[in-house]
Design a protein. Structure first.
Length: 197
């Protein structure tokens, strides 16, 4: 059969090769998804399987967060120690006024990946309700990144970032950092010994 001839099923040899290539690509993609999922499951295994708190069968699944008042905002920081071994750290606060946002007044760096979310607080208006300047880069080389829409700032391990500043604030907005680490650490210098936050 030549490449233009049809087989009994009505497909050409070229069509068969194309189907084989598409099928192989699908199998490769499925394998990649499975490998990613298997890695995810492996990471999740560090979460405590103990659910009972002595009073209820699933009482340990409910974790009170250490929310505290800080000036004009409220905030909390929760890591694996508080989250039953869940391998991440979350810092949560509201931006409420113009001026510095967060505690960092100069660039810092982590040995773990981090994403910082900026989300509006009004469900009737999905806009951020503020304008933020997020600096990225080492001290003296910082780039200004100014935005006024809901934004996620994705910071890979080793990328210097901060400070952040609220330039305009029409209403409070959520600022939440999620780090892929069991313990949040940062440093302001190039030394490898991290500071705990």
């Amino acid at each position: 059969m030549t490449s233009g001839e049809k087989s009994e099923e009505g497909s050409t040899r070229r069509g068969f090769v194309r189907q084989l290539a598409v099928g192989s690509a699908s199998l490769a993609a499925a394998g990649a998804v499975f490998a990613f999922h298997a890695g995810s499951v492996q990471a999740a295994q560090s979460v405590s399987r103990e659910t009972a708190d002595g009073e209820k069968k699933y009482g340990k699944c409910i974790v009170s967060l250490p929310v505290r008042k800080m000036g004009e905002t409220v905030m909390f920081s929760a890591g694996a120690d508080l989250l039953n071994g869940f391998p991440c750290n979350i810092i949560y606060a509201f931006g409420t006024q113009v001026g510095p946002l967060g505690l960092s007044r100069e660039p810092h760096v982590h040995d773990h990946d981090e994403v910082i979310y900026f989300i509006g607080s009004d469900p009737a208006d999905p806009d951020l309700g503020a304008e933020v300047n997020f600096k990225i880069g080492p001290k003296g080389e910082e780039e200004d990144h100014i935005f006024s829409a809901p934004t996620a700032v994705v910071i890979p391990s080793g990328v210097w970032h901060c400070p952040m500043e609220t330039l305009k604030c029409d209403r409070p907005f959520l600022c939440m950092a999620v780090s892929l680490t069991t313990q949040y650490e940062f440093r302001y210098t190039d030394e490898r010994k991290p500071a705990e936050g």
